[in-house]
Each structure stands twice: as C-alpha cells, then as structure tokens.
Design a protein around this ligand. Structure first.
Ligand code: GDP
Length: 373
C-alpha cells in the first residue's frame, strides 16, 4: 500500500513539473509587451481632451551611443572653418588681400553685410579694423588675424550665462520648452540634445506637443527611441498643453531629471501663438517650473528669420537661442544681431543633420573656428 502511495506521489510530481514547463515555455514565446497604456490626466484643463489622451511611446532596445564630447566638438569646429564655411571664407579674404585699400575694405563690408552681421556691427568692425591696422601700418596676415579675432570677439561675446538650465529643484525635473518657427529645426535639436543629456547621465522624458503634424511626433519618437528615452505623444490635432502636462506628470512620477517639450511653431497670429504657448507654459507650471525656454532660429534665413523669432520673444520669456543650420551657411554673422536684438544669449549651435551635430556655443571657440585655415 505504501508503495502505491509512493508511486502515485511520484506520478503527480512528474505531471506538475511537465505542466509548469509547458506554461513557462508558452510565456517565453508570447509576442513583446504592448506599448504602455495611456497616461491618465489628473487636472481638468489637461483632461478635457480625453479622446486624445497622450500615450507613452515604446523605446527601441538597440540603443545607439552618442559620440564623446571631445571628438564631437573638434569635428564640429571643422565645419565652421573656411574650407567648409562661406562666412569664414569671406572673413579670411581680408587676410589674403594684397593691400588693405579702400576697395578691400568695401569688399569686406559687403561680405559682412551679406553674412547678416547687420549694418551696425559691420560698421563697428570695419572701422575698428581700419583704425587698428592703419595705425600699426602692418599687414602681415598673422597680425591682421589677431586684430580680426579680437574685434570679432567683442561683437560675439556677451557677459550672459550660456549654461543650460536643464535640472529642476527639490527633486522636480527641469523643464525645457523648445519654441520656434516650423522648419527651423526644433525637433532635430531636441533629438540631438537628448543624446547629449543621456551621454551626460541625465534621465529624461520627451513631450511631442507639436500635435499639428503627426510626422513631428513620429520624428521625435525615432530620436527618443535611439537613445532609450520615452516620448509622450497625443493624437494628431490633439491638445498640445495636455500632452505637455502628461509628459511632466510622467517625468515627476518616474523621477527623471529633465522633461523636454517640443512645440508647434505655426506663425498664424501673435495672439494665437501667445494663446498656444501661454497655455502650454501655464499648464506645465501647475506641476513644475519651466527652467529653460530655447528658441530655435535657422541661421540660413538671416534677418528674415530674426524678425520672425522676435515674435516668440514677445510671447514667451526666452532664455536661450539655438542657432541651427550654421553648417555651410554664408549667414553665420547672424549670431551677432540675434544676441543684440533679442537680448538673449546663443547657447547651442546646430552644425548638421546628423545625430551628434549639436555643440554648446562658446564665443572664443566660435571665432577661432571661423578663423582657422
Ligand atoms: P521643426 O519643424 O522646427 O521641428 O524642424 P525639424 O527639426 O523638422 O527640421 C527641419 C529640417 O532642418 C530637417 O530636414 C532637419 O534635418 C534640418 N536641420 C535641422 N537642424 C539642422 C542643422 O543644424 N543643419 C542642417 N544642415 N540641417 C538641419
């Protein structure tokens, strides 16, 4: 009898092990998990767009590693040098002039105006150069270069703080709001900036609050998933403020360091823009302070782009400029009027469409890169 119970016990044990093996095997072959469910909206203004509830996009598992800062910066410096940059070529032409006569100065003036340095700064620079170089009487290229460097630096350098305020206080994430006219490079800049922040060890969440173009959210999602950053997005035409709010709520819940918010840059009317950006900012600030407002300006659009950008500074409190598309642009002089006229420092420059083509702006490095031959 004892043997019967012993055998029965053994059979039951074997059956149990077999059943567990089959169940575990099945779970392993299940398809990957579905994307995270939509985030609940806690506040009324954000909740009113319930049908468009933002969702958190899944991230890819094959993450790419951002280029180290050192090699990135030296590669980008080369993009500004005369061999690659028409603005730098124009500046250096003054060095190769046989004589610094009236015609040479006129040529330089024309080059600087065409580079969008602006009439005022161009006159200041040329008259300073004429004064110094004529008094000295010397025209060795190295000396001219030193004088040019010092005078350019006076125009480009400003005492303003160029550091990015990406982290918040008291355990709340820093909030970076990115604004600017459509097509200037906002989404691309956020993609590149995310890589820099991830490489620096920050955790972040992106908000695709440009809900007017589905492609913008897709683009942001592609950037985010490359570096393992989650993107909160809504449906096309949904409420941008709601997406921004939910991204900030998620950022707080997940304890991330930074939430970066992409916005639409439709320049319909100033009042419309003010409504849109004002609402996004107001809704975010129920949860966390906006620590940085970056205005992206396309360097190739020159004075015209600057005029459009001015509207944004009248609508939101811009704390830093991103000058995009400086690679290959003949209009690099725009950096001077941008800072003077908007009274905001350039903090970042875009030097290409590649993932690591973003550099912090440093006046000395910028001028040295322009004058490098
Ligand atoms: P948004 O509408 O402001 O979000 O602009 P996008 O980020 O979609 O950029 C518009 C176009 O500009 C895209 O084709 C980008 O690849 C391109 N772009 C953005 N930044 C740069 C840059 O620094 N250099 C160059 N050459 N192209 C850029």
């Amino acid at each position: 009898m004892e043997i019967f119970w012993f055998v029965l016990g053994g059979v039951v044990l074997v059956l149990l092990i077999a059943a567990v093996t089959i169940i575990v095997g099945k779970e392993r072959t299940l398809p990957p998990a579905e994307p995270a469910p939509a985030l609940p909206s806690a506040e009324p203004e954000a909740a009113h767009s319930a049908p468009d509830e933002p969702v958190v996009a899944p991230v890819a598992t094959d993450l790419s590693v951002p280029e180290p800062v050192g090699s990135r910066l030296s590669r980008l410096r080369r993009r500004l040098s005369a061999s690659n940059n028409p603005f730098a070529r124009g500046l250096l032409s003054v060095l190769s002039a046989d004589r610094l006569d009236a015609e040479a100065w006129e040529d330089l003036e024309a080059t600087l105006i065409a580079a969008d340095l602006g009439v005022g700064p161009t006159e200041e620079l040329v008259s300073a150069l004429r004064r110094e170089l004529t008094i000295d009487g010397a025209s060795e290229p190295e000396h001219v270069k030193q004088v040019l460097r010092a005078e350019l630096l006076k125009l480009v350098d400003t005492p303003a703080d160029r550091s990015l305020r990406v982290t918040g206080a008291d355990g709340v994430p820093g909030i970076v709001l990115v604004v600017g006219v459509n097509g200037t490079g906002k989404t691309t800049t956020i993609g590149k900036l995310s890589r820099v922040l991830v490489a620096e060890g920050h955790s972040l969440v992106l908000a695709a609050a440009d809900t007017f173009r589905a492609a913008a959210a897709d683009q942001l999602q592609t950037w985010g998933s490359r570096v393992g950053v989650e993107v909160v997005r809504g449906s096309e035409g949904g409420d941008p403020a709601s997406v921004a709010f939910d991204a900030v709520a998620k950022g707080i819940a997940d304890g991330v360091d930074v939430v970066v918010v992409d916005t639409a840059g439709r320049l319909h009317t100033k009042a419309g823009l003010m409504d849109e950006l004002g609402k996004i900012k107001r809704v975010i600030e129920r949860k966390a302070a906006v620590t940085e407002v970056l205005l992206v300006i396309d360097a190739t659009t020159g004075q015209n782009g600057l005029a459009q950008a001015r509207v944004f500074t009248e609508v939101v409190d811009v704390t830093g400029i991103v000058l995009s598309k400086l690679d290959g642009s003949a209009k690099g002089g725009i950096v001077v009027p941008v800072q003077r006229e908007l009274g905001v420092p350039v903090k970042l420059i875009g030097l290409g469409e590649g993932p690591d083509d973003l550099a912090p702006f440093d006046a000395e490095e910028f001028v040295d890169a322009l004058l490098a031959q």
